[in-house]
Design a protein around this ligand. Structure first.
Ligand code: SAH
Length: 246
């Protein structure tokens, strides 16, 4: 009886100790995620001439350090989840490189009340990063099983402000327009006119434009209050193509 009591006390002490460990220590990917942040920082410095800055917005880096990328990749890819490179997610598609996700998020300059449209949900990772920073994210994926998986995953991870739709994102999402920012995460041959139309005056769009299967140019398009567009070329990138019937 006495032995029982002693082991119970021991268990209790152990539980209390475990619970008082910081969350970081209990997250087995914490160190890898920190490594990813360092790799992004280094990459930003290397490309600072393109970006016109030495570091990304700290609030963007903070969410990059919080969102569990390993939850957005297939099991076989989990051990690579925090490497700074794209990974296959099935159906011939990829989850973008963390540096690109961070950079595109930074370029959008979102605020807490932003309404965001994403074209190309893929795994849902970019949508989750944005969802941590803004009011609502509307995201469209053309491959049905990917859209369904992403919806389920985002729900499980409690990203209740992300709305996923299966469809061709070229045409945007008219029911929820206009958007403060639009992000396209597949390479387009041109900027889709419906997306320009659905962007608010004063809004920003980030989109890779160029030929399929070759490098494209990442563009930052700002819509002025009078509707005029100002386009800035950021840097060469490589995305999977924007498909669909357009
Ligand atoms: N943002 C994603 C990665 C995107 S990969 C992530 O964080 O994981 C590009 C995605 O765009 C692919 O899943 C592809 O199926 C999708 N896509 C391609 N053309 C599309 C279109 N016309 N409309 C919507 N999605 C499209």
């Amino acid at each position: 009886m006495q032995i029982m009591t002693r082991s119970c006390v021991f268990c209790l002490v152990l539980i209390v100790m475990l619970l008082s460990l910081p969350a970081v220590a209990r997250d087995k990917y914490a160190a890898a995620r920190q490594g990813m942040l360092e790799s992004i920082e280094a990459h930003v410095k290397e490309t600072s001439l393109y970006l016109d800055k030495e570091a990304l917005n700290p609030s963007v880096m903070k969410v990059m350090g919080r969102v569990p990328r390993h939850e957005f990749v297939p099991s076989a890819q989990k051990r690579f989840a925090y490497e700074n490179r794209p990974l296959p997610i099935g159906h011939g598609q990829t989850i973008s490189q963390p540096y690109i996700v961070a950079l595109m998020t930074d370029l959008l300059k979102v605020t807490a009340d932003s309404r965001v449209l994403e074209v190309g949900t893929g795994s849902g990772y970019q949508a989750a990063i944005l969802a941590e920073l803004v009011d609502s994210v509307y995201t469209i994926e053309i491959i049905k099983p990917l859209a369904e998986q992403a919806r389920e995953r985002l729900q499980r991870l409690a990203y209740n402000n992300v709305h996923v739709r299966t469809g061709d994102g070229y045409y945007g999402w008219t029911e929820h327009m206009p958007f403060d920012v639009i992000i396209v995460t597949a390479a387009a041959s041109h900027v889709p006119p419906p997306l320009i139309e659905q962007l608010k005056p004063g809004g920003r769009m980030v989109i890779p434009v160029g030929s399929r299967f070759m490098t494209q140019e990442l563009l930052l398009i700002s819509k002025q209050q009078d509707g005029k567009l100002v386009t800035r070329q950021i840097l060469p990138v490589m995305f999977v193509p924007l498909t669909g019937g357009h």
